[in-house]
Design a protein. Structure first.
Length: 216
């Protein structure tokens, strides 16, 4: 029986390379591909793959929030996060979101296969280089409160913040999230109040620093 995968990454060249390597294994089938967060969520829900390889930084909805939405709909789907970043914020929040693995994008292909095997066996897989980061972060959080965006803001507030930081207008965000412009304005005010920030420029810098989005 083949392992069905969905590849979610906004860089086509990376997807093409990963697909080519994975398809060389007869036990693996690529069920679909996505280039942004909302598309990844829809594909995962519609196709019900065994595993989703999910880029952490994607437009419209980052991989961490996309993972939360997928797991909420179907907790049997295994998510393996892909990232260029070994920053603790990405790693710990990816695991909190329900991801079962975290791979750096420059990992050897053997690690990719190991991650697939471990996740299919209901284990958690972490790249060797980031295991210490997870342990150290656990120790630091045990000693004090978490002040990250993921602790301060609600999921919807983080979603609105990412879209604002990506340059979308209130009207565009309202249309994408199927709510009123007034609701988006309310979320924006709540975010600014919680973070004590006073402009879109400050919100953008904060979103990038916290790993909610990235500069293209």
């Amino acid at each position: 029986m083949k392992i069905r995968l969905v590849l979610a990454d906004d860089h086509k060249l990376f997807r093409d390379g990963l697909r080519s390597m994975l398809q060389s294994h007869k036990s693996i089938e690529i069920a679909g591909e996505a280039s942004d967060g909302p598309s990844a969520v829809k594909l995962a829900i519609d196709l019900r793959p065994d595993i989703v390889f999910m880029d952490v930084s994607m437009p419209d909805l980052n991989g961490i929030e996309a993972t939360r939405k997928i797991i909420a709909e179907n907790p049997t789907i295994k998510i393996i996060m892909l990232s260029m970043h070994s920053d603790r914020r990405y790693i710990t929040e990816a695991l909190r979101s329900g991801a079962r693995g975290y791979l750096l994008k420059d990992s050897a292909f053997d690690e990719v296969l190991s991650a697939i095997r471990d996740c299919m066996a209901d284990k958690i897989y972490l790249s060797t280089r980031i295991a210490d980061i997870v342990i150290n972060d656990y120790i630091s959080l045990a000693r004090g409160a978490d002040s990250s965006a993921f602790a301060i803001l609600s999921a919807r507030e983080r979603e609105v913040l990412q879209l604002l930081a990506e340059g979308k207008s209130t009207k565009e965000i309202a249309s994408q999230l199927n709510v009123s412009s007034k609701t988006i304005e309310s979320h924006r005010k709540q975010v600014m109040d919680k973070l004590n920030l006073h402009s879109i420029a400050e919100l953008t810098k904060y979103a990038i620093r916290e790993g909610l989005t990235q500069l293209n």
